[in-house]
Ligand binder design. Structure first.
Ligand code: OSB
Ligand code: MG
Length: 368
C-alpha cells in the first residue's frame, strides 16, 4: 500500500487519578498519535513515549524527532509498504522502539482494514474477551492504598498489581493480603532495587504473590537470575525484555519465570508475535502489559492479548480507569468476569473522535 501523507500529534490527557510509580508521578499522560493516509483508508497508531524519560529513554520529543526525521521519510519516499517491508527498511535505524512501534501499529491497522478483518484476526487471536487486572499506583499511606484497592475490587477487577519502591513495599503487600486473602496479587518495582537491597523479595514469598515484576535494572539479567534462584515467587521481566533475544536469554538463565509483553517496548506487534510464539512453545506464562494507552493503543493491546499464549490477566483496564474522556469510541468496559471484549470491527475497530483529539492536541504536523 502507498502511504500518501502522515499526520502526527502530540496529545496530553488528564488521568482520572495521579499514577505514581518508583520512577515518578504522572497527573497527565502525553503520547503521540499517528494517522497514515493510504489509498482512501486511514491507519491510526499510538506512540506511548511520555513526557519524561523514566520508564524508557524515549520521550514524546525524541519520538517526534526520529519519526519525522528518519522513519516518515522512508514511507513517504514512495513505493508499496506493509509491515515486513517497513521492518526491513527500518532495520538500519537503531533503537527507539516506542517510536517504531507506534508507526508499525498504524501499518497493522491499514493491513487489517484492507483485508476487511479485525486486528485480532490478522494477528491470530482466538479469544473474544481477555482477562484483565488493574495496576495500582503508590499511595500516600496504607489506608489510602486499601481504599483504592477496595474500589477496584468492588468495580470487578479480579487481579491487582501494586506498584512498589524501597520503603513502600512489604507493608503494602501485607496489608492488602490481610484484607484480601485470596485476591490474585502481584507487585511491580519498575527497576527500583538492586541485589544489595533484595531481602525484601525473600520476605514476600509468604504472601502468595503471582509474581514480582522487574525488581532490578533493565540491563541486569544476571542479578535477576541470582534472585530467582533464592526466592519461590516467580520473577516477571518487563523493562528488560526488549525483543526476542532478551526473551531467550532471560529464560535460558532463569532470570524470570513469567513474561510481560508490551508491543511498544519490543518495537512493535510483529516482534511481539515472535516473542509470543517462542514463549508459548516453551510453556512460559505470558501476559500483555500496558502503558496507560488511549483507546487506540488499548485496542491493539486487546487484539494482541487475544492470542492463545497470553495465559495471565493483562494490564488492560477499562477506559474509565484512566480517562474521563477518550479520543476513540467505543470506550472499553469491564465485564463482570473481569474481562474486556476484544474489538471485532475492521482494523483497530475504534472510531477516533476528531473533536476530542483536537482538544487534547498540543502540536500537530502533516508530512510531507
Ligand atoms: O511498568 O507496567 C508498567 C504504566 C506506565 C509505564 C509502565 C508501567 C505501567 C503500568 C500501568 O503498570 C499499566 C496500565 O494499566 O496501562
Ligand atoms: Mg512493569
Amino acid at each position: 500500500m502507498k502511504i500518501e501523507r502522515i499526520e502526527m500529534r502530540h496529545v496530553r490527557m488528564r488521568l482520572t487519578s495521579p499514577f505514581r510509580t518508583s520512577v515518578g508521578v504522572e497527573h497527565e499522560r502525553d503520547c503521540l498519535i499517528l494517522r497514515l493516509f493510504s489509498e482512501g483508508l486511514e491507519g491510526w497508531g499510538e506512540c506511548v513515549a511520555g513526557s519524561f524519560p523514566g520508564y524508557s529513554y524515549e520521550t514524546v520529543g525524541t519520538a517526534w524527532h526520529v519519526l519525522s526525521e528518519f522513519f516518515f521519510p522512508l514511507l513517504l519516499k514512495g513505493g508499496s509498504w506493509d509491515v515486513p517491508a517497513f521492518r526491513r527498511a527500518a532495520e538500519g535505524i537503531r533503537g527507539h522502539p516506542l517510536a517504531r512501534a507506534g508507526l508499525e501499529m498504524a501499518l497493522w491497522d491499514l493491513t487489517a482494514q484492507r483485508r476487511s478483518a479485525s486486528l485480532a484476526e490478522v494477528l491470530g487471536g482466538k479469544k473474544d474477551r481477555v482477562p484483565v487486572g488493574v495496576s495500582v499506583g503508590i499511595q500516600p499511606d496504607t489506608a489510602a492504598l486499601l481504599e483504592v484497592v477496595t474500589g477496584y475490587v468492588e468495580t470487578g477487577y479480579q487481579r491487582v498489581k501494586l506498584k512498589i519502591e524501597p520503603g513502600n513495599d512489604l507493608e503494602s503487600v501485607r496489608a492488602v493480603r490481610k484484607q484480601y486473602p485470596d485476591l490474585p496479587l502481584q507487585v511491580d518495582a519498575n527497576t527500583a532495587y538492586d541485589i544489595e537491597n533484595a531481602e525484601v523479595f525473600a520476605a514476600m514469598d509468604e504472601y502468595q504473590l503471582l509474581m514480582i515484576e522487574q525488581p532490578f535494572a533493565e540491563d541486569d539479567l544476571l542479578d535477576h537470575s541470582k534472585l530467582q534462584a533464592r526466592i519461590k515467587t516467580p520473577i516477571c521481566l518487563d523493562e528488560s525484555i526488549r525483543g526476542l533475544r532478551q526473551t531467550r536469554h532471560a529464560l535460558e538463565i532463569d532470570a524470570c519465570r513469567i513474561l510481560n509483553i508490551k508491543p511498544a517496548r519490543v518495537g512493535g506487534l510483529q516482534e511481539a508475535l515472535e516473542i509470543h510464539a517462542y514463549v508459548a512453545r516453551n510453556g512460559v506464562p505470558l501476559w500483555c502489559g500496558g502503558m496507560l494507552e488511549t483507546g487506540i493503543g488499548r485496542s491493539a493491546n486487546l487484539a494482541l492479548a487475544s492470542l492463545p499464549g497470553f495465559t495471565l490477566p493483562g494490564d488492560i483496564s477499562a477506559s474509565d480507569r484512566y480517562y474521563f474522556e477518550d479520543i476513540a469510541a467505543p470506550r472499553f468496559t469491564l465485564n463482570t468476569d473481569s474481562t474486556i471484549d476484544v474489538p471485532r470491527g475492521k482494523g483497530l475497530g475504534v472510531t477516533v473522535d476528531m473533536d476530542a483529539l483536537q482538544r487534547f492536541t498540543l502540536r500537530s504536523l502533516s508530512f510531507p
